[in-house]
Design a protein around this ligand. Sequence first.
Ligand code: SF4
Length: 322
Amino acid sequence: MDKPPVIAVAGLRKFFPIRRGLLNRRVGDVRAVDGVSFSIAGGETLGLVGESGCGKSTVGRAVLRLIEPSAGTIAINGKDITTASKQEMRALRRQMQIVFQDPFSSLNPRIKAGDIVGEPLKVHGVGRRDEREARVAQLFERVGLRAAQMNNYPHQFSGGQRQRVSIARALALDPGFIVADEPVSALDVSIQAQVINLLMDLQRERGLSYLFISHNLAVVEHIAHRVAVMYLGRIVEYADKVALFAKPLHPYTEALLAAVPLPDPALKRVKHRVEGDVPSPIDPPSGCHFHPRCPYAEARCRSEAPVLRDVGAGRLVACHLR
Ligand code: SF4
């Protein structure tokens, strides 16, 4: 029998209710995630891309059940965790971790870095104190820090080093799946490549699966095996990385790629850049959500929502014209 994917998500929805008035009546919803499905195999990276406000970080949190999904199912290694109790989730957290964008605000400034990295081991009752310290020292060395730095506080590290501390903490319980939510966006460009290379090395060594969330397609092109492009709560294109970057099919993917600088100025990518902002997820445009910004929009795009359909070779696109 084939091994199940490390993570399989089907029809994921997350709506945040909008309440008003004295009776706190529900008057609408922020439709942050509206029917997202994907799977990630062992040792694979799925890049989840889109502009800020498209719902990609909400997907990352809902998949780990850090926020409760409104609908849909989530399975880790074939086990459905959608309705797992708090106690069950506590045990399951060993298998799945998250690295956040801003390592400064995600690390408690009053706790020594060694204790931050060792905390998950302590919470899960792993080993004796001396064993935990040895494990933390190993993790520090593995992510490119010195064991002596375990006694430093977060402010004593550079931005890149703080993100290394976050990665060490995420690795402490030896998870199989990590959500990396814009993990290099807050770092200097010169440091970004080092952290990305570290994540890739760790993946090769440990067979890790990543959901790599980013607005930066250049970074995703480097690290991902497959890419899902999100627009206003929905996936609009899902493809193998090489195919997607060689020939984007959805007009939104095309526009996102047009904004990525090419290394050789003689090369030309595409013509259309995306104009304007992502519309509000409270009252999304009718039909295809992308129609107000799409240079190819036709009459039916305004009334009929395109279905995400297979166009061959495992590639999915939600557009009436492609
Ligand atoms: Fe553009 Fe229409 Fe395709 Fe939507 S369905 S991306 S509006 S062409």
